[in-house]
Design a protein around this ligand. Structure first.
Ligand code: NDP
Ligand code: OXD
Length: 311
């Protein structure tokens, strides 16, 4: 039987995914592995934030499956062989969660729910003027599996929506801008910036003072991709100067976010603990099972990371 090894960042996560994958892959011999345990001799690895030693212990691997969409934490491992195919989850139930997260926070701000929450405390009945969607142009950075879905969902509500990607593409109801050459046009029409880029050398620190300055006044930042996209000092300065009205942050340069970090207590920052879209066990297992079976039959699969591009 072909051997598969399951490896998480700690033994609790490893055991959870071991049970899920043993149930989903009855045709394979599925084992767990932790550093200091004997090697499994696996052909495939299914991982989330694995220790670097995995790739020294398991030299026979033919492919590694990431239990998430973002592969930044795997690609940075020094022992990951340069030619080992890395596969990531594509949507796998995360896109609807992302859309719900963005729409929740967006409409909280645009419909004045903060104001109504304050009014309730004072038993005040004071309707605000109706929303004008054109006052809230939304721009989504990253038009991949998650970004394109979020952009379409927000556009369906009536907000003007643009997207930004590396290469031009068609996304229904969304104006897509591409590359450095069109970045300024994208930013200058955007008030609510949603980040769904992968973390790569090109996108690290992309949400910095220069980018924030190019957005429309009273901007809103919704970062649901990676903390490494944001230069925290620049975002805090833009919040304090009023250039940025509010920030909704799900991901951070250091996770868990340190207790003393200014984001926790900033009156116009909302913090959530990296939950914008969780990996769903059944969807992830079904997607990985389908790809494993295809690979064993020698067929092509989607979701293979372009190592030179970093996503
Ligand atoms: P995809 O790989 O499907 O899409 C990436 C998009 O970003 C593509 O449109 C790509 O352009 C664009 N892009 C990449 N590099 C650049 C660049 N230098 N300039 C402009 N555009 C660029 O990723 P997903 O949609 O699946 O996931 C996006 C990210 O979401 C993940 O990498 C992960 O970090 C994050 N995530 C966060 C979660 C959370 O809970 N907070 C959960 C899941 C994912 P092109 O189309 O031209 O290739
Ligand atoms: C992912 C994540 O990349 O959960 O899937 O952050």
């Amino acid at each position: 039987m072909v051997k598969v090894v399951v490896v998480g960042p700690d033994s609790k996560s490893t055991q959870r995914w071991l049970r899920v994958m043993q149930a989903a892959l009855p045709e394979f011999e599925v084992h767990s592995w932790r550093p200091s345990e004997p090697a499994v001799g696996a052909r495939y690895a299914i991982v989330w934030s694995p220790p670097d030693e995995l790739f020294q212990a398991e030299p026979e691997l033919k492919a590694v499956f990431n239990l998430g969409a973002g592969v930044d934490r795997i690609l940075e491992l020094p022992s990951l062989p340069a030619d080992l195919p890395v596969l990531r989850l594509e949507d796998a139930g995360m896109a609807p969660q992302m859309a719900e997260y963005v729409i929740h926070h967006l409409s909280w701000l645009t419909r004045g729910m903060d104001t109504y929450a304050g009014q309730q405390g004072a038993a005040q009945w004071a309707p605000l003027p109706a929303i004008r969607y054109t006052d809230w142009p939304v721009g989504v950075m990253g038009m991949g599996k998650l970004g394109a879905h979020v952009a379409r969902a927000v556009a369906a509500l009536g907000y003007p929506v643009a997207g930004w990607a590396r290469s031009p593409r068609n996304v229904e109801s969304v104006d897509v801008f591409a590359g450095e050459a069109q970045m300024n046009d994208f930013l200058s029409r955007t008030r609510v910036l949603v980040n769904l880029l992968p973390l790569t050398p090109q996108t690290t620190g992309i949400i910095n003072a220069d980018l924030l300055e190019r957005l429309q006044p009273n901007a809103v930042i919704i970062n649901i991709a990676r903390g490494g996209h944001v230069v925290d000092a620049d975002l805090l300065a833009a919040l304090d100067s009023g250039k940025v009205h509010a920030a909704v942050l799900d991901v951070f340069n250091q996770e868990p976010l340190p207790a003393k970090h200014p984001y926790w207590s900033h009156p116009r920052v909302r913090v959530t603990p990296h939950v914008a879209a969780a990996t769903l066990e059944e969807d992830a297992a079904a997607q990985i099972r389908d790809r494993l079976l295809r690979m064993e039959r020698g067929e092509l699969v989607t979701g293979v990371v372009q190592r030179d591009a970093g996503y």
